[in-house]
Design a protein around this ligand. Structure first.
Ligand code: UGA
Length: 439
């Protein structure tokens, strides 16, 4: 099929490339000329493992352009995958989605299906269909279908090619059938429902996962106080298949462009309908507090960061991405800087983006060893494999004071006990294999 995709972020570009991999001819549209030039050479403007390779492999079925009219006019199916960032009041900003919808209305010259991949509040697909139908300049038949995305950054290709499910929200059955045809080579269960249910499946899924994380984080905080171990607790819970063992990793809270935004957007929507989603509100509140958990822990060891050498390992909101959106590092580092800390930071891919926000305030290192050298304390914000495999004895060898405050439980406590460090993590007992000297 001839497919156009609006937006070349994580959702749009990965969708386009995976559709090409499954035999479709795909034109990706973006407003940024520089990005288009890069993509034409098979280079992805975003960091996503495996994406460059898949783009290069399918380059003969992929086209990249800023000329939306050309891309949309003869397409059988047009996917919208542009951003829906959070507005000040927590609601979703739909300006980009509506902008593309208008361009589609003014460009299409044959019958087509418009597919909304972007995460949009319930009811938005209906509005987009009305907008397009009102602004059409040619006499063509168009239907809007909701087809939410469930990919996670870092595993986006696998999540798309081997999706857990494909949700199709269509009001007219012919439109649903065309989408089924688009996905006929994907080996995944397909659920066809109405548009509002499809939109809700997306929000409810993300908010449920966010709630699961906030729940385990609250239990973790209690575990610390009562002497239980959150990892064993999560393991024990996860054996129950009704609970499942995934998304039960306690830490310093969820970040990224999705959970924070989607929890707030659904909560906002419920309020708008005079309802309160108390569980979602709790997930949001717990997460905000959890992001500061390491700073609060550090108060046990020193009352101020003034004059301290602080080592930061991990800046991104999770491993496998260079994305900093809503990353705990962005909440914690400013507090430390304001308090007078001298900060060295390491991240395998996130430094470039972090530098845009803090070009001079932080010293960026290219190795974990350099970051730890002469540090008074080390904070771990992201569980990169390089950190998880870092030899524990080196903390003692390199740091002025081997105090490690780990927000992602990177190390097994038994190994830590042999390492001659002070190690404080989430939901587990503190290990002091060295006498702490308060600074
Ligand atoms: C999330 C969902 O997992 C995807 O299914 C969804 O499609 C996507 O949002 C979206 O709406 O576009 P993503 O934000 O890329 O994907 O990342 P996740 O892997 O879900 O992680 C989100 C945050 O939760 C990270 O900060 C991660 O560190 C944290 N997390 C995750 C935990 O703290 N504990 C866990 O057990 C799992």
């Amino acid at each position: 099929m001839k497919i156009a995709v609006a937006g070349t972020g994580y959702v749009g570009l990965v969708t386009g490339v995976c559709l090409a991999e499954n035999g479709h001819f795909v034109t990706c549209v973006d407003i940024d000329n520089k990005k288009i030039a890069l993509m034409k050479q098979g280079v992805s403007p975003i960091y996503e493992p495996g994406l460059d390779e898949l783009m290069k492999k399918n380059i003969d079925k992929l086209n990249f352009t800023t000329n939306y009219k050309d891309a949309y006019k003869q397409a059988d199916v047009i996917f919208i995958g542009v951003g829906t960032p959070e507005k000040q009041d927590g609601s979703a900003n739909l300006g980009y989605v509506y902008g593309v919808a208008e361009q589609i209305a003014q460009s299409i010259e044959k019958d087509c299906i418009v597919v909304i991949k972007s995460t949009v509040p319930i009811g938005t697909n209906d509005k987009i269909e009305s907008l397009i139908k009102n602004k059409l300049i040619n006499n063509v038949r168009v239907a809007v279908v909701s087809n939410p995305e469930f990919l996670a950054q870092g595993t986006a290709i696998r999540d798309t090619l081997h999706a857990s499910r494909i949700v199709i929200g269509a009001e007219e059955s012919y439109a649903g059938e065309i989408l089924k045809e688009v996905y006929k080579n994907f080996n995944a269960p397909i659920l066809v429902t109405n548009r509002k249910s499809a939109e809700m499946i997306k929000y409810a899924s993300n908010d449920f996962l966010a709630l699961k994380i906030s729940f385990i984080n609250e239990i973790a905080n209690l575990c610390e106080d009562i002497g239980a171990n959150i990892e064993d607790v999560a393991l024990g819970m996860g054996y129950d298949r009704r609970i499942g063992n995934r998304f039960l990793n306690a830490g310093i809270g969820y970040g990224g462009s999705c959970f924070p935004k989607d929890t707030k957007a659904l909560h906002w929507l419920a309020n708008f309908h005079d309802q309160e989603l108390k569980t979602v509100k709790a997930a949001i509140d717990v997460n905000e507090n959890q992001k500061l958990k390491l700073i609060k822990k550090s108060r046990k060891y020193f009352s101020s960061f003034n004059g301290l050498n602080v080592a930061i390992l991990g800046l991104t909101f999770k491993p496998g991405t260079d994305d900093l959106r809503e990353a705990p590092s962005l909440v914690n580092i400013p507090i430390m800087l304001e308090d007078g800390a001298s900060i060295k930071a390491w991240d395998p891919v996130g430094v470039k983006n972090f530098k845009r926000i803090y070009p001079n305030e932080v010293m960026y290192c290219t190795s974990i060893e350099d970051t730890l050298k002469d540090a008074d304390v080390c904070f771990i914000f992201t569980e990169w494999e390089e950190i998880k495999h870092f030899e524990l004895s080196k903390y003692c060898d390199l740091m002025k004071k081997p105090l490690v405050i780990d927000g992602r439980n990177c190390y097994d406590l038994n190994s830590v006990k042999k390492a001659n460090i002070i190690y404080d993590s989430i939901g587990r007992q503190r290990v002091v294999s060295l006498e702490p000297e308060l600074v």
